[in-house]
Design a protein around this ligand. Structure first.
Ligand code: ZN
Length: 412
């Protein structure tokens, strides 16, 4: 049996005035996703457990079939996997942004999208200086996004580090940051490190050059998103299948790696509406020759939603439908022992330009899945079907392992 998951990041939405009370999915022309719903069933699931942040990390963990309440401790640990960093039991990974702070205000959480080369030189300096004063080692990443691995010490335990509240810097642009500094059991250590980073970066040659060129300097390290090693039961062990993951986003590939799936790099996969759709499909079809499972993630609907652009969101969903979903319906026709699942990882609302939790629509069809009474894919139709998977992570278990008829009874 082949299992194919097609994930449209953030495509779920609330009814929009601009779409005459329809959601973006409902307003979009999506004959292929509609066909999945018509051939199989459409229902609701909760990818974000109550009380958890509605991020792509939590949402994708759920869709992959892992209970985020058990497995999730912070996105930095997932990103670390993708950077090839192995976290020991006494270590916690922090995302360390290079940020521009000025006059008590978070001016730029990207340091003016500092280049990889500039950032690498700064991170090297941090390892020569801060790493001697604090129990931390830095790993240079892309542009302003870096990882700091902090070891348990006589000052802070792993539990202290994980329990400390660290604000994502992109949430406080142009705001005074004092009240958003790390708060909790490890606050003293983390704040000291941030102050020390300001001292080290103040006269760094890269910053001198950036100031001379009129660009924002990287004035400090801002730690956040911390987590201990993400340990997931492998797909092989959990479902008895091997598989591959295709995404432009490190976070999704990182989860896939932890799940023992093969991450596939597709040239031109951008995480944007101009992504290499055909390349992603080709990589997935190729992977199905050697694997039973593929997870194909498309970021564009989420990005369009963050811009608050309804027309662009509809276009992103239509591209997803025709250029990603359609080829797999053809695959299903030639290979009946296949199941297809389409779903989002969370809502991204045009109205607020941010993520939200809630019951999101999915559709499944294929081998052994009897049709229900739904005719198209969308939020309203999914709620009409009566299928509601309360613990979102169970959807994948129904999809892969359970007797397919269990999907019909998956009203939990
Ligand atoms: Zn997402």
């Amino acid at each position: 049996m082949k299992y194919i998951v097609l994930l449209g990041d953030g495509m779920a939405d609330h009814p929009l005035d601009a779409c005459d009370g329809k959601t973006a999915i409902e307003a979009a022309h999506t004959p292929n996703m509609d066909r999945i719903a018509a051939m199989g069933c459409c229902g609701l699931f909760y990818p974000i457990p109550e009380g958890m942040p509605p991020g792509s990390d939590v949402g994708n963990l759920s869709v992959f079939g892992y209970d985020p309440r058990v497995s999730f401790s912070g996105r930095a640990a997932i990103e670390a996997v993708n950077q090839g960093i192995h976290l020991a039991d006494d270590e916690v990974a922090f995302r360390c942004n290079l940020v521009t702070l000025a006059n008590g205000v978070m001016q730029d959480f990207t340091s003016g999208h500092i280049t990889n080369e500039e950032a690498a030189a700064i991170i090297e300096t941090c390892n020569e200086t801060l790493a001697n004063e604090f129990p931390i080692t830095f790993h240079a990443g892309v542009s302003y996004r870096h990882t700091g691995v902090m070891k348990e010490s006589d000052r802070c335990t792993v539990a202290d580090l994980v329990a400390t509240v660290c604000e994502p810097p992109h949430n406080i642009t142009d705001q005074e940051y004092e009240q958003y500094l790390p708060a909790g059991p490890a606050e003293a250590l983390l704040r000291e490190m941030m102050i020390a980073s300001e001292r080290v970066l103040a006269s760094h040659p890269v910053n001198e050059a950036r100031r001379a060129a009129g660009k924002p300097a990287a004035t400090a390290l801002w730690p956040w998103g911390q987590g201990r090693a993400l340990t997931l039961t492998s797909y092989q062990e959990m479902f008895g299948v091997t598989g591959a993951v295709i995404s432009a986003v490190d976070l999704v590939k990182g989860i896939g790696c932890c799940a023992g799936l093969e991450p596939l790099n597709v040239p031109g996969a951008t995480g944007w509406i101009d992504t290499n759709y055909e390349g992603k499909v080709a990589a997935a079809l190729n992977a199905l020759n050697r694997h039973d499972f593929v997870y194909l993630h498309v970021e564009a609907p989420d990005e369009a939603s963050h811009q608050g652009d309804v027309a662009l969101k509809i276009q992103a969903i239509e591209e997803f439908d025709t250029r990603i979903v359609a080829p797999f319906l053809l695959y299903l026709e030639t290979r009946p022992e296949t199941r297809l699942l389409v779903a989002p990882d969370h809502f991204t609302l045009i109205s607020t330009k941010t993520h939200a939790g809630g019951a999101a629509p999915f559709a499944v069809c294929g081998h052994g899945i009897a049709p229900d009474n739904t005719a198209c894919y969308g939020e309203n139709e999914a709620s009409r079907s009566g299928i509601r998977v309360q613990d979102g992570f169970r959807l994948m278990h129904h999809f892969i392992r359970e007797h397919p008829l269990a999907l019909q009874g998956a009203i939990e």
